[in-house]
Write a protein that binds this ligand. Sequence first.
Ligand code: NDP
Length: 284
Amino acid sequence: MIDPVPDIELNDGTQIPQLGFGVYQVDPAETGQAVSTALQTGYRHVDTAASYRNERQVGEAVRAAGDSAYVTTKYLSPTDDHGAQDAKEAFARSFDRLGLDRVDLYLIHFPVEAGDGYTAAWRALSELRGDGRLRSIGVSNFTPQQLGRVVDDTGVTPAINQIELHPYFQQAELRREHVERGITTEAWGPLGQGAVLDDPVLREIAEAHGKTVSQVVLRWHLQLGIVVIPKSVTPSRIRENFDVFDFRLAEDEMRAIEQLDRPDGRVGIDPHTFAFPKERVDEE
Ligand code: NDP
């Protein structure tokens, strides 16, 4: 089978498959099956995190499929103060749970302003990169100001900022900042966690192409050059979300979707009010 998924080149010279498979809120008992279905469908990129508590199952499914998928995981501080040592130890635990030759991308899951804040963790990630176990490093839920701070502090630009992004919450200003800094935008909640799927404008565009709303939304992300990681535990939807390479949205359709942006469009966790857990979030 010809692989239809384009690779995007990151600022460190590595490549990431533009369409991946997310496993947030996927029960560990269901994760193996969901990831195996995704890999059989043709996805070759999986997005997990220590706090999802399903890294072990992701690693097993990736190994069973021949160990060739691109895997992202994330560091979430157990307190409100990221420490360099804590980040390094957390990476070692994620690496062991995944059981793969290497982690392709490791992200700081949320920034925190307290104490040394995220800069100490970013320095730790910069040191980890290149030790053979980790290829690329990035961040998630960072603002332009926070991106500026880590770059100024270390001279190392994150390869990716993974942010909430969908037709109701388009983050145009942050995306422009990414372009200026050479950071790739990755969308979490690309379907608005389901919130955009009944939209009448999207439905009309979908009907015109004989596609579903979910497929239109994923196509929109792809045409904007965004890395996108839809989640589903439903095999038919996992396949549907991959079947997005046989049509193209016209300019006027892209513009119509641009108009759907809303000031109150956020549906997921707000990083500005995120409550950091008091204890370690990952398994032993
Ligand atoms: P998504 O926007 O991917 O939406 C997932 C929801 O949409 C699920 O309820 C799923 O249902 C449903 N769905 C999926 N495909 C279809 C379809 N074709 N038709 C109808 N419904 C559909 O939300 P997520 O929050 O899961 O985001 C994707 C990934 O992003 C996560 O899994 C995770 O990897 C990452 N993420 C990162 C965050 C961060 O802070 N860095 C925060 C949140 C997510 P069902 O599963 O029942 O089929």
